[in-house]
Design a protein around this ligand. Structure first.
Ligand code: BEZ
Length: 251
């Protein structure tokens, strides 16, 4: 899937804002080389550059990488997904892999973890955060229901594991888990009344692409109506995010 980088930066800057909190888990060391996996528009890649001698940002979206290169030209960037990363031949190149809000988009976790294990040096650190079990469950259910009334089913594209399930995957892939925990992170959306529709437009673009503009507006109205009692606080939409944060060392 390619992304609308302009909408992402304008309305979903909170993704990088929350990611700044994860940066506190990254040690400062001018000698280290960091990979930002799924770097998006580059905000956190640029911040990582202040903590390391070398930073490489990769993202599967060419639009995101274009935006990152324009706005934060310092780091090296590449358009790559997990399979592409594995094909780069960057064996044991990185001291640390950082990733914020990306792993839940990837179904093939085995290929992902194999690729990250290969590019990390022995004892290298994986620092990441993504959606945990139950993440945006109310939003997904309301959206699925709006599609169902139109005779469409939604192939759930997300992987939102429990800490126990993900610990197992990490250990099988050759990582030692230092820390793993899930937590609720109710997340205010930008855009006031339109915040939820903007979120759907950004993140469910593929499902929405099959509908005419007027029908998309009808879907937004239905989802907004269904979720207002639960997720509208009178001023903002508060999405029901849940996060899994982990630190793991490559064996
Ligand atoms: C997330 O960051 O948790 C997320 C973003 C878009 C869709 C689903 C989840």
């Amino acid at each position: 899937m390619d992304w609308n980088a302009a909408l992402y930066r304008k309305s979903h800057g909170f993704v990088a804002e929350y990611g700044k909190n994860l940066l506190a888990c990254v040690p400062e060391d001018a000698a280290q080389c960091i990979l930002d996996f799924g770097c998006g528009t580059g905000e956190l890649t640029a911040a990582l550059a202040g903590k390391a001698g070398q930073v490489v940002g990769v993202d599967q979206s060419a639009a995101m990488i274009r935006a990152a290169r324009e706005t934060y030209p310092g780091p090296e960037y590449h358009v790559l997904d997990a399979a592409g990363l594995a094909a780069q031949g960057w064996t044991a190149r990185f001291d640390l892999v950082f990733s914020n809000a990306v792993f839940h988009w990837i179904q093939d976790q085995e290929t992902l973890l194999r690729a990250l294990h290969a590019v990390l040096k022995p004892d290298g650190l994986l620092v990441c955060e993504f959606g945990a079990q139950g993440n945006v469950a109310a939003v997904c259910a309301a959206f699925a229901s709006a599609l169902a009334t139109r005779g469409r089913t939604r192939a759930d594209p997300f992987y939102f594991p429990t800490p126990a399930a993900y610990r197992q995957k990490l250990e099988t892939a050759g990582f030692q888990v230092r820390y793993i925990e899930d937590y609720d992170r109710p997340t205010p959306l930008s855009g006031g009344e339109n915040g939820l529709a903007l979120w759907l437009e950004q993140f469910f673009a593929e499902d929405l692409a099959g509908f005419e503009h007027t029908e998309q507006m009808n879907i937004f109205r239905e989802v907004v109506c269904a979720l207002r009692p639960r997720l509208w606080d009178g001023e903002r939409w508060i999405a029901d995010y849940r996060r899994l944060r982990l630190l793991a060392v490559r064996n």
